[in-house]
Design a protein around this ligand. Structure first.
Ligand code: AMP
Length: 423
């Protein structure tokens, strides 16, 4: 038996799991200010939600999906990302009535069969959001701003991050541009890697994303969509940039940013952080996908969103020395002098917890000395000592672990005494 976690996965051990919960809490607090509601979709979907939604010619669909047949022979796939799932769910449940818009967020694990390396896992955790129904450039700016504010809120310094922005055009201007890039690639084929040659017909724009140095230098001279956007796309892009400027969100235009999925139209963006990350330096990214609802069988509904990766965000936070709050495991430790008071200790601990105070007691028959050590390890500020002598008088001793000061209090006044001392 192989009793280790599968390659590319990791257990979120308590310290990391705490960080994940902190990132979620921070997201919930921030997203609430922008009017987002939670939506949790299943971890797997019918495979065609992704093949259609993400696109047949993408790396995710071609190489990275965990696809399996269930016992009834249906083809199912563990979600490699959540946008297609959220849109599927919104269509299925009519979450976007005509003429309105809906703001949704999610958090959870995603699955991609990638070659694991630092910041690249096969099961990784994302927090993301989607806005469905809104097409104004101001919403693009709002969504991008929220990603930036989130990274600031979790303690990644602005100077460690770069926000890259581009427009991928739409059905008006992209097809002609795509053909132009395909023509360019064909004329430069000898300088490009095998893979870029292979997907020349299916997904030529992906060549902008290739990390092969030969391909990078060839693509430096490739035509740019920025120069070929149709009027409405150029206008939209310009208004997004202006809106970002009015709220002081720093961005760099990156005309070669083509995000890997087929569904993007117009605005795309990515936040990169160098400190703490290697080549996998994109901590979050997203874009607009005005055609996705139709691809998934719904009426035309504009949409946009982003996702950030937990593992990479945490690497960037750690590199910046960001603080992750770690409250003590107990504020109060209730110590037992001997077995005759076991019941009193159990009741006192339970009462404190019922009153909302983090309290702990011994379950290992430790000596009194060892109980004090344990209280220290847990970070308890107070130790309540109960012994036969105190018990006979209906009292307990409260010891302040910092000052060493000890006081006797009536057992029925314990909660108030603890509260007063914890402040
Ligand atoms: P994507 O859906 O590829 O745009 O990814 C959005 C974010 O998820 C990225 O910016 C990363 O932070 C994170 N991410 C994507 N793929 C992985 C992976 N294989 N391992 C860890 N994080 C990932």
């Amino acid at each position: 038996m192989n009793a280790r976690a599968p390659k590319g996965t990791s257990d979120l051990l308590p310290e990391t799991a705490r960080a994940w919960e902190y990132l979620n809490r921070t997201a919930q607090g921030l997203f609430a200010r922008y009017g987002y509601e939670p939506l949790y979709t299943p971890a797997f979907e019918h495979t065609e939600v992704f093949t259609r939604g993400i696109g047949e010619a993408t790396d995710i669909v071609n190489k990275e999906m965990y696809t399996f047949q269930d016992r009834a022979g249906r083809s199912l796939t563990l979600r490699p990302e959540a946008t297609a799932s959220v849109v599927r769910s919104a269509l299925e449940h009519g979450l976007v009535p005509r003429g309105s818009s809906t703001k949704l967020y999610y958090a959870g694990p995603m699955f991609r069969y990638e070659r694991p390396q630092k910041g690249r896992m096969r099961q990784f955790w994302q927090i993301g959001l989607e806005v469905l129904g809104a097409s104004e450039p101001s919403v693009d700016a709002e969504v991008i701003m929220l990603l930036w504010r989130y990274f600031e809120a979790v303690g990644i310094p602005t100077e460690n991050m770069r926000l890259l922005l581009n427009s991928m055009g739409d059905d008006e201007c992209r097809p002609a541009y795509r053909d132009k890039v395909a023509g360019f690639i064909r004329s430069e084929a000898t300088g490009l890697c095998e893979e870029c040659n292979r997907r020349l017909d299916t997904n030529p724009l992906r060549t902008f994303d290739c990390k092969n140095p030969g391909c990078i230098s060839v693509m430096a001279a490739a035509p740019l969509l920025r120069d070929e956007l149709c009027g409405p796309c150029a206008q939209h892009y310009s208004e997004v940039r202006t809106s970002l400027e009015t709220v002081g969100i720093p961005y760099s235009e990156e005309p070669r940013l083509v995000r890997g999925l087929d569904y993007y139209t117009r605005t795309v963006f990515e936040v990169q952080a160098d400190a703490g990350l290697g080549s996998q330096n994109a901590i979050g990214g997203g874009g607009r996908y005005d055609r996705l609802t139709e691809v998934l069988g719904g009426r035309p509904t504009p949409g946009l969103g982003w996702a950030l990766g937990f593992e990479r965000t945490l690497l960037a936070m750690r590199a910046a020395g960001a603080k992750i709050p770690a409250p003590p495991l107990a504020d109060v430790y209730v110590a037992r002098v001997d077995d005759t008071v076991a019941a009193e200790v159990f009741v006192a601990t339970s009462n404190l917890r019922d009153e909302g105070i983090a309290a702990e007691m011994d379950h290992l028959r430790r000596s009194l000395k060892a109980q004090f050590k344990q209280a220290d390890r847990l970070g308890a500020r107070l130790v309540v000592v109960i012994g036969p002598e105190e018990s006979a008088l209906g009292e307990v001793t409260v010891r302040d672990m910092q000052s060493g000061e000890e006081t006797r209090v009536r057992i029925e006044a314990l909660t108030d005494a603890v509260r007063a001392r914890l402040g």
